[in-house]
Write a protein that binds this ligand. Structure first.
Ligand SMILES: Cc1ncc(COP(=O)(O)O)c(C=O)c1O
Length: 407
C-alpha cells in the first residue's frame, strides 16, 4: 500500500499512521524519533534549491570526498581481468578462506596475537559486522552499552536484535569513563560498543584505557570495537590494537573510509582467539551473517582488499581541512578541539541550545548536525568531507553566527 508522508515547516518527514498501516510501529517510531543526519539532508536539498548549490556548505554527511587509492583501483582491474573459474558464486558464509587467512596474517602481525583466518569473517561493511555480532549474542532484553555521544545507528542495530541500549556518558575530552561503564554493567550486559577513532568526536582512546576496559569486560559481556576510522589518524597518533589489549573483544573493521569505498560494502569481523567461547561465536556469526540476508560479503571486493589490505587514502587532505577549520573556529571564539582521528569535529556550540545554534548556521547556508542527534546537546558535528574551497567560503558564516549570539 502507499505510504503517505508530508514535510513539516522544520523539514521533518512525517508518516501518517492511518495511511501507512503496513509500517511497523517500531520502525515508524524510529524514523520519527531520530536521524538528524537524514533530516539535515532533506533541509540541504531545499536550501540548495533556494540558494544555489555553491552557497550551501554541507558539513553533515560522512561520505568520503576523495577517490580510492590507485592501489585499490589497480587491484580491482586485476581481479576483474582474472580468469578464475566460478568466482562469482556463493562461497562459505564467512568469506573466501584464502582472503580471511591473508587478513588474519596482517592482524596477527600487528596485534601479536594468534588470530587466524578462522577468526575472521568477511562482512558487508562495519554496519554488517556489528549487526552480525549483535544478532549472535543478544536475546530479547539483553543490554548493550554505548558511550555518549555516539553514532546514532547503534541504537537501531541494537534494537534490530531485541537488545536494550544503555547509555553511559564519556568523561574528559570524550574519553571513556571506565568506572562509569563498570557501574552500568549488570548480569544482562552482553556488549559494550567502543568506537575509536570516534564518530562524532574524533577522539582516539589510548592503550591505557583499553587495558582498564580489559579488566572490567567479564563473561557474558563482549567488547565490540567498531573501527572504520582505525587508520584515519593525525599528528602521528596511532589507534591501539584492540585484539592485543582486550581479551573479550571482537573488532568490526571496514574499508569504507580507509579506501573511500563506502558504497562497495566490505569489511570484516575479527574474533579474539582469547575469548573462551571463540569457536562458538565464530559459528554463530557465520550463521547470523547468512540469516540476516547478507549471505556473504561481496566476492569481488573480498579479492580486491586481500590484494591491497593496507592501501589508504591520503590522510593529509583531511588533516589540512581539520587544521584550517579548527584554527579558524578557535580564532573566532569557538571551543573546537582538533580531532586526533576520523574526519569529524565536534565543537561546543556557543549557546547551550545546539538545535537553535545550528538553525543560525543554516541562515548562513551552513549545515551542521546538532550534538543532540548523538546524545550530547551543546555541541555540533562538522564532517570534513566537503571541498577545501567550500570550507574557506563558509568561514564568514561561522563568524556571523557567532556574532549573532554574542549580540
Ligand atoms: C562509527 C561508525 N560505525 C559504523 C559505520 C558504518 O560503516 P560501514 O560503511 O563500513 O558499514 C559508520 C559509517 O559512517 C560509522 O561512522
Amino acid at each position: 500500500m502507499c505510504v503517505s508522508q508530508y514535510q513539516t515547516p522544520q523539514g521533518r518527514i512525517v508518516y501518517s499512521p492511518k495511511t501507512a498501516m503496513s509500517i511497523s510501529r517500531a520502525i515508524a517510531e524510529q524514523m520519527e524519533g531520530t536521524s538528524w543526519i537524514r533530516r539535515m539532508f532533506e533541509i540541504g536539498v531545499r536550501l540548495r534549491q533556494e540558494r544555489g548549490p555553491e552557497n550551501v556548505f554541507d558539513y553533515t554527511l560522512g561520505n568520503p570526498d576523495v577517490e580510492p587509492p590507485a592501489a585499490v583501483t589497480e587491484a580491482l582491474r586485476r581481479v576483474a581481468a582474472e580468469e578464475r573459474p566460478l568466482s562469482h558464486g556463493y562461497m562459505p558464509n564467512a568469506g573466501f578462506p584464502d582472503v580471511r587467512a591473508a587478513i588474519a596474517r596482517g592482524l596477527a602481525e600487528r596485534s601479536g596475537t594468534s588470530v587466524t583466518g578462522e577468526d575472521v569473517i568477511m562482512t558487508v561493511g562495519a554496519a554488517g559486522a556489528i549487526n552480525t555480532v549483535l544478532k549472535s549474542i543478544l536475546d530479547s532484553g539483553d543490554e548493550a552499552i554505548v558511550l555518549k555521544p555516539y553514532f546514532p545507528e547503534y541504537r537501531f542495530y541494537i534494537e534490530n536484535h531485541g537488545g536494550r541500549v544503555v547509555e553511559v556518558d564519556t568523561g574528559e575530552r570524550f574519553q571513556p569513563d571506565v568506572a562509569r561503564i563498570a557501574a552500568a554493567m549488570g548480569p544482562r550486559t552482553k556488549a559494550i560498543l567502543l568506537n575509536s577513532p570516534n564518530n562524532p568526536t574524533g577522539a582516539v582512546y589510548p592503550a591505557e584505557t583499553l587495558r582498564e576496559l580489559n579488566s572490567i569486560v567479564r563473561e557474558p559481556a563482549i567488547l565490540i570495537s567498531d573501527e572504520p576510522y582505525r587508520t584515519l589518524t593525525y599528528d602521528g597518533v596511532e589507534t591501539p590494537e584492540t585484539l592485543a589489549l582486550i581479551e573479550r573483544a571482537v573488532v568490526a573493521f571496514s574499508w569504507s573510509k580507509a579506501m573511500a569505498i563506502a558504497g562497495e560494502r566490505i569489511g570484516y569481523l575479527a574474533i579474539s582467539p582469547r575469548l573462551a567461547e571463540a569457536a562458538a561465536l565464530r559459528d554463530a556469526c557465520t550463521f547470523a551473517n547468512r540469516i540476516l540476508g547478507y549471505v556473504n560479503a561481496p566476492a569481488i571486493w573480498q579479492r580486491v582488499v586481500a590484494q591491497a589490505p593496507d592501501a589508504m587514502v591520503d590522510v593529509r587532505q583531511y588533516q589540512a581541512k581539520r587544521d584550517l577549520l579548527s584554527d579558524a573556529l578557535n580564532g573566532m571564539g569557538y571551543d573546537a578541539p582538533r580531532p586526533q582521528g576520523s574526519y569529524y569535529m565536534f565543537p561546543r556550540t556557543p549557546i547551550p541550545d545546539d538545535v537553535a545554534f545550528t538553525g543560525l548556521l543554516r541562515e548562513e547556508g551552513i549545515l551542521a548536525v546538532p550534538g543532540v542527534g548523538f546524545g550530547r546537546g551543546g555541541y555540533m558535528r562538522l564532517s570534513l568531507t566537503l571541498p577545501m574551497i567550500q570550507i574557506e567560503r563558509s568561514l564568514g558564516g561561522f563568524e556571523r553566527a557567532m556574532g549573532k549570539v554574542r549580540g
